[in-house]
Design a protein around this ligand. Structure first.
Ligand code: COA
Length: 259
């Protein structure tokens, strides 16, 4: 049996691999459902400190939503498709308490780039190409692309990328701030693992609150500063805070439990 995704745990890191290489890892309904379950399980798992998501094969991270599944949809089905996707995957990933790194190993187009953008940050391989080609299909990005791309690269660049439906190189994505690092493809997962190991040393509770606070600043109607004050206060009631401050004063390394 071939699974649409693979999930592997090692040393505090869960790596989720989208596994439809013959379809360039395009996101069909089953894959979105499986990703939802895998992200949920990894986030619940206390042993998992960081999640890395990548695509199988050397060609693609994800080449978009599976076009064959929605080509005959009407307006109402189209709207439902987008809403369900936000709920199960894109908003879901963005709001997880566990850090999620996108290891963009090739094409990240349409829903693929939208998934990478829903992750907390991105690292790309040198061969990666990114874009939102939806308008070339007669539709707009529907999994958060019109919102998250301007947040990450600025409105003008996002408008140009969306209107031209073109692809940018990894180098250009780095220049735009869409990805944080560009590395050779063979080193991508090791590089992401290195960042994950640095994250792992820190308090999971504090990291979860920091994610919520940063995200709050991008939500309309939510005051990010107020969220930060609340989250800051909440940290004082955690075991991680006691351990972190005690370890500092005792001049030893903190051993965080995420409680
Ligand atoms: N949905 C469904 N199937 C897809 C897909 C998608 N988004 N992207 C790629 N595939 C499938 C192709 O149909 C092909 O399947 P087949 O072998 O059964 O015919 C297979 O993946 C390989 O893709 P192919 O187009 O042959 O590879 P390529 O190297 O010539 O081109 C791309 C690569 C990424 C440029 C091209 O696949 C593409 O433009 N994909 C669609 C991108 C897109 O518009 N995404 C946004 C969707 S909203």
């Amino acid at each position: 049996m071939i699974f649409n995704i693979l999930s592997e745990f090692q040393d505090g890191i869960t790596t989720i691999t989208i596994n439809r290489p013959t379809k360039l890892n395009a996101l069909n309904r089953d894959t979105i459902n499986e990703l939802h379950r895998a992200f949920k399980a990894a986030d619940k798992d206390k042993e998992t400190r960081v999640i890395i998501v990548t695509g199988s094969g050397e060609k693609a991270f994800v080449a978009g939503a599976d076009i064959s599944e929605f080509s005959n949809f009407d307006e109402s089905k189209g709207a439902k498709l987008a809403a369900k996707g936000h709920e199960l995957l894109f908003d879901f990933v963005e709001n997880l308490s566990t850090p999620v790194i996108a290891a963009v190993n090739g094409f990240a187009l349409g829903g693929g780039l939208e998934l990478a953008m829903a992750c907390h940050f991105r690292v790309a391989s040198e061969n990666a190409k990114m874009g939102l080609p939806e308008v070339s299909l007669g539709v707009i990005p529907g999994y958060g692309g019109t919102q998250r791309l301007p947040q990450l690269v600025g409105k003008g660049r996002a408008m140009e990328m969306i209107m031209t439906a073109g692809m940018i190189t990894a180098e250009q994505a780095l220049n735009y701030g869409l990805v944080n690092h560009v590395v050779p493809q063979s080193e991508l997962l090791t590089f992401c693992g290195g960042i994950a190991n640095r994250i792992k040393k820190n308090s999971p509770k504090a990291i979860g609150e920091a994610i919520k606070s940063v995200n709050a600043g991008f939500k309309s109607g939510v005051n990010g500063y107020k969220k930060e004050i609340k989250g800051f206060g909440k940290c004082f009631g955690t075991e991680d805070f006691t351990e972190g401050t005690t370890a500092f004063l005792e001049k030893r390394k903190a051993e965080f439990t995420g409680n």
